[in-house]
Design a protein around this ligand. Structure first.
Ligand code: C5P
Length: 242
């Protein structure tokens, strides 16, 4: 296949020009970073697994009517997705206290929250992705009030669905991060789910043992990182054959 033009290289993915207008190819790397790029490493086979896991979760979300960028998987590490104008927000959903939230409120990790909490961070590496309020988002024009409403509604549905899906395979969805983008269909603008959903962007704990099955194993040098990603893929039924 002819080499495609690279449009963007991120920490864990590369975006190439797609075969048709309005599409791009998302390539999943094994590279892992944490703490705003201060920690770097590789997780062998991560790209292959995240490609499959994100394909599966986006497809299932599409089936319940959540609009997503996913079109089809192309090969082990690449998927074809709709080109979207990425809204520069990380939308974080928290069901249990963990990570930066547990630190901020001096709560023990795993403490259930009174209800699921949605937070927004401004995607900006130089600033370290600061947390922002709707006021900042609308004042700086990153998204309009109706767009924020749409994002929140979709995010609640995504959380409800994924929480149940993971619980069905013995995994607690502690928290996760998603991103959205704008697309135009016949001049009508729509917001769709973009980026990826994988153990890189979710906290996933075994429902019986609370064992971590996500990128925290890399962030915290816990070992058995590859094995944890493989176990998530295996339970979802998307473990690639060798
Ligand atoms: O670190 P923190 O507790 O704020 O992370 C919340 C959730 O968002 C975690 O599931 C983490 O994996 C995800 N996240 C992410 N990318 C970031 C920041 C957080 O995927 N840049």
């Amino acid at each position: 296949m002819a080499r495609r033009r690279q449009l963007y290289e991120g920490k864990a993915k590369i975006i190439f020009e797609g075969p048709e207008p309005g599409t791009v190819v998302q390539y999943f790397k094994d590279d892992a970073t944490a703490f705003n790029n201060q920690k770097k490493g590789t997780i062998t086979g991560k790209g292959v697994l995240n490609n499959r896991i994100s394909e599966y979760l986006m497809t299932r979300l599409g089936q319940i009517g959540v609009p997503t960028h996913f079109i089809r998987r192309l090969n082990m590490r690449e998927q074809l997705v709709r080109q979207a104008e990425i809204i520069p927000l990380e939308v974080i959903v928290r069901n249990l206290a963990a990570g930066s939230f547990a630190q901020r409120f001096k709560m023990e990790e795993g403490t259930p929250l009174p209800r699921s909490i949605i937070e927004f961070c401004y995607k900006n590496d130089d600033l370290g992705d600061p947390m922002v309020a709707e006021e900042h988002i609308t004042a700086f024009g990153w998204a309009s009030p109706p767009e924020i409403d749409d994002i929140v509604q979709q995010t609640i549905r995504i959380n409800d669905f994924l929480t149940g899906l993971f619980l069905g395979i013995g995994i607690r969805l502690v928290d996760f991060k998603i991103e959205f983008g704008r697309v135009w269909d016949n001049d009508v603008m729509r917001i769709i789910l973009a980026d990826e959903i994988s153990p890189d962007s979710c906290r996933l704990w075994d429902a019986d043992t609370n064992e971590k099955m996500d990128k925290d194993r890399f962030r915290r040098d816990m070992g058995e990182v590859e094995e944890a990603y493989q176990e998530v893929a295996r339970r979802l039924g998307v473990m690639p054959e060798n």
